[in-house]
Design a protein around this ligand. Sequence first.
Ligand SMILES: [Zn+2]
Length: 319
Amino acid sequence: MAVHSYWAHVFLLPKSVIEGIERICRSFLWYGTSFSSKPGPIKWEDVCKRKKEGGLSFRNLGLWNTATLGRHVWAISTKQDNLWIKWVHSVYIKNQNWWEYQPPDDASWSWKRICAVKDELKHRGLQQQVGRMQKYSASQIYWLLAGEERSVVWSEVVWNRFNRPKHGFCAWLCMAHRLKTKDRLHTMGICQNLTCLLCGSDDENHKHLFFECQFSRCLLQDIKGWFGISNQTTDLHQVIRKFQRSSASKIQRRTFYAAICALIYMIWKHRNDVFWQNQQISIDVISKQIRQMVVSRIQVLNLKKVRVRDQFWLNSMCN
Ligand SMILES: [Zn+2]
């Protein structure tokens, strides 16, 4: 991502090149290869949303290229003191208003592209912001172009440094309802038997697995009990919201979120182990594994400047 962001900063990239690079990034993210014709579980536009909006904050290369080229638009608009700016003003723009200017038919491809970026910024209502900038910020213009959407309640659960990365990634897919549960496989024509592999008494779908299923519900109650939570809520978003509203400290919140992500990961892993290897493990063993994973992760983080109250709480959780 950094490499293509860099080149988008330096060159005017044709649309076909931008699409080609995005195809490689998409394929690498979902399948670990440079080329795959299969679509990913989450749309690329959604992957490029901010983390607080449910994405991965990846750059949309087309928008990023527009934002970086905006630097030239800004430099011309504010008449920066350099030779190229003086040249375009005397050869192309002359005494015309830059924001109204249209390039002649015989102008070069790159000049037409800069003019197109100028028109796009104007069309998106960013003319004044660009013109007022003392120093150009491509990042600021990028996020203005990307627009803002509603934040999701679970972003701080998934993007939490107390999580192991693979737990956070699995929880991200779960929160977006994109794990390939049996009901989804059935609509793809892959799976005929919809029975849940964990309880065997109902159909497997996202809502059932997280956490209407008797097996996963017991695990959730067990983990909630570890944090001293006694309510019977099984709705994942409500569980998160209730904890967010509690008087828990930042460290307590992060630890709880790490446990929720580890729980989601372990339920999904166990479901896959049953599916592929017919390997059944008891609730007690999985619960123990979740606690161990959370505790070992916190120990690896080697937290500093922890308040006495939190340290006491962490010790009680680790023992
Ligand atoms: Zn079940």
